[in-house]
Ligand binder design. Structure first.
Ligand code: SF4
Length: 683
């Protein structure tokens, strides 16, 4: 029981993309407890250690509460007028010197939809450039590109509610037990109720312990693995011929490609035994209601989009997408609002609702709402922003809620880019690695202090409500963007977050039925939602696919090797990922009780490799790649396959992203975080 004066606020978790509904109990100006809501549509009364307990960051003494301005090499506290005046003058100077395209912004997948909407509007309306991107570039941009090419829309194909009917789960390149624990628990519950489980992951992730078949492909060989599974489906007649005839295209080309992908050849490439490959294909192929759930182990590769499309082939071959017979293909989103940041048009080539900036009709519609012309040329992606800064072409960069120096690959070159850029502005909770390189640091409200909406991994818009006001002089990103626009002489017209979503609904047909009032009345609503009286499409494509010809498109993408291979100099392959108690750069979860749960980062190493390099648990080692080095503590573990090592990116002080390369997906520029050749050197 809580004190009678305690207040409860219903909101949505600000950590991962599952989107758990939470009741935040506040008392005496602080969080007394965070309770999972029993009527939460996805979490159903559950929450994980991040959502429930990682709120201590809010009152951390390290929390920024005043703007900082660099003077004489030092960041000094200043007032808001001075900070925003400096930013406004700097942006004008950058535009004067290099044109609007000399300015860029990295919007935040942690921020609300309304804040992302306003950031991209600021860049297009106030600055006059499409140079805006968000961290989906670094995680699920291949899912968006691959699913759009295969089915027509960028989001996952189904509602997670449907998983309760699945009789075979194919979980690929994901570790939901640690990274998305509420989803991990629901998947496991389904398995305990009889569903078959195939896990495809190089590591023995938590769900693998319960798998009927665990496929452990070499990192970077996903496309070959998926072709091998498809080969078996075709060879054993486990396809839905009527569906393929009526609703798909591309079968002849794929059939020709798969002729070269027999299981023994796929086994040579992937290291997956033929018997396991065949068993997995039969489980998926013979299920009445198969489901695919995938994570960043599919996307963060040199050929990540090919991986998504080749995975989607399996659902198409089985007629398990756009029908009642399957659960389609569903990406598990990492950050709480990475889906929403993209939905809102914080992308260099797409406006809110996924209209292309290159499409004149789409630009005209935006002009009608915004009252100014929309730039036609697609803008820079995040890696291109850094390259432009290093080349001297980018003169101002606004980084919002993203610690790019800690989480982007090849971190040494990211630092070079920030140091070369004449104006770097950073919206942050703490003095992050990135903020240390900024010229202006703007202190912002956290998810517990904001009003707006997030979109979770199965496309549900859900309300975010402030449980308490932001501390000190901190402001919401929404307020900062509006005020900066006003400082630069432009009224962005959206006074409140509700106004911003209403304007977005006027601009983007797929969101036309959404509003704060409706979400307050009804709870979660999925997109597409084209009218206020429509419920939203939880399950997509039941009538037709959203591709131009209305059909699902099979992809015949050949397997191509990853960007790096181990050799004598760098004999191990590093895979990075998440651990259960922490979140991304750890800036929030390391400031509070979760640090005690998981206090340091480890380099997980198979016992065979530990013996080969004469390493023991707890030893400090230096890890080196062709790009940089990091310092980690050895943990001997059979979770990692021989020849591979694993660590998280939650502890920037370790320098893990100094190791990763700038190899990136050839379609979307998503970094290849999952394959880096390394060696373990003397401490
Ligand atoms: Fe928050 Fe994700 Fe944990 Fe749910 S599973 S409480 S959304 S971090």
């Amino acid at each position: 029981a809580f004190h009678p004066a305690a207040a409860r606020t219903r909101t949505t978790c600000g950590y991962c993309g599952v989107g758990c509904t939470l009741d935040v109990v506040t008392q005496d100006g602080d969080v007394a407890a965070v309770l999972p809501a029993r009527d939460g549509p996805v979490n159903q009364g559950h929450a994980c250690v991040k959502g429930r307990f990682a709120h201590g960051f809010r009152t951390s003494p390290e929390r920024l509460t005043r703007p900082l301005l660099r003077r004489g090499g030092t960041l000094e506290p200043v007032g808001w007028d001075e900070a925003l005046g400096h930013v406004a003058r700097g942006l004008r100077a950058a535009i004067h010197a290099g044109g609007p395209d000399a300015v860029a912004a990295i919007s935040s997948a942690r921020a609300t939809n309304e804040e992302n909407y306003l950031v991209q509007k600021f860049m297009r309306v106030v600055v006059g450039t499409n140079n805006v991107d968000n961290c989906s570039r670094l995680c699920h941009s291949p899912s968006a590109a691959g699913l759009t090419a295969s089915f027509g829309l960028s989001g996952g194909t189904d509602t997670f509610d449907d998983v309760e009917r699945a009789d075979c789960l194919l979980v690929v390149g994901a570790n939901p037990v640690e990274a998305h624990p509420v989803v991990g628990a629901r998947l496991l519950r389904r398995v305990l109720h009889g569903a078959k489980l195939v896990v495809a992951d190089p590591r023995a992730v938590g769900l693998a312990l319960h798998a009927d078949v665990h496929l452990r492909p070499r990192p970077g060989t996903n496309v070959a693995l998926f072709h091998g599974l498809a080969h078996v489906l075709l060879a054993e007649g486990l396809t839905d011929e009527e569906f393929l005839r009526a609703r798909a295209t591309g079968l002849p080309e794929l059939t020709e490609l798969l002729a070269d992908c027999p299981p023994d050849r796929v086994a040579d490439i992937t290291g997956v035994p033929v018997a396991d490959l065949v068993a997995a294909a039969r489980l998926y192929g013979e299920a009445g209601h198969p489901a695919i759930v995938h994570g960043l182990g599919v996307t963060e590769h040199l050929h990540g989009t090919d991986g998504v499309r080749s995975l989607a082939n399996l659902a198409i071959l089985r007629g398990a997408v756009g029908t009642d017979r399957g659960f389609g293909v569903n990406p598990l989103r990492g950050q709480n609002n990475v889906q929403g940041a993209s939905d809102m048009g914080a992308l260099p080539d797409l406006l809110p609702g996924y209209g292309k900036v290159a499409d004149a009709a789409v630009r005209v519609r935006a002009e009608e709402v915004w009252g100014v012309p929309v730039p036609e040329r697609p803008g820079l992606r995040i890696p291109d922003m850094f390259a432009a800064a290093r080349a001297g072409d980018l003169r101002a960069l606004w980084v919002i809620g993203e610690d790019v120096c800690a989480t982007d690959p090849d971190a040494n070159r990211v630092v070079q880019a920030l140091d070369a850029c004449p104006l770097v502005v950073c919206n942050e909770l703490f003095l992050s690695e990135t903020a240390r390189h900024a010229d202006v640091v703007l202190p912002v409200a956290s998810w517990l202090e904001k009003d707006g909406t997030f979109v979770n991994f199965d496309r549900r818009f859900q309300r975010v409500r402030p449980a308490m006001p932001p501390p000190g002089e901190t402001r919401t990103d929404f307020d900062i963007v509006r005020t900066l626009a006003t400082t630069m002489g432009v009224d962005l017209s959206c006074e409140t977050p509700a106004d911003a979503l209403a304007e977005c609904a006027r601009l983007a047909p797929v969101f036309a039925g959404l509003s704060h009032d409706r979400l307050d009345r009804e709870g979660a609503v999925p997109w597409p939602c084209r009218a206020p009286d429509q419920p939203g499409e939880a399950k997509l494509y039941l009538e037709r696919f959203a591709t131009p010809d209305g059909r699902a498109h099979l992809a015949a993408a050949p397997y191509l090797p990853p960007g790096e291979q181990p050799d004598d100099g760098y004999p191990l392959l590093l895979v990075t990922g998440r651990r259960w108690a922490h979140y991304n750069s750890g800036s929030m979860t390391r400031r509070g009780g979760n640090l005690a749960l998981d206090p340091v980062d480890f380099l997980d190493l198979h016992p065979d490799d530990a013996a080969r390099y004469e390493l023991r648990d707890g030893e400090h080692v230096t890890v080196e790649s062709r790009h940089g080095q990091a310092r980690l503590i050895v943990r001997v573990s059979e979770q990692t396959a021989p020849g591979q090592v694993f660590c998280s990116f939650h502890f920037p002080a370790s320098g893990v992203n100094h190791l990763t390369s700038d190899h990136a997906d050839t379609v979307t520029s998503c970094p290849e975080y999952k394959v880096t050749a390394v060696r373990v050197a003397a401490p």
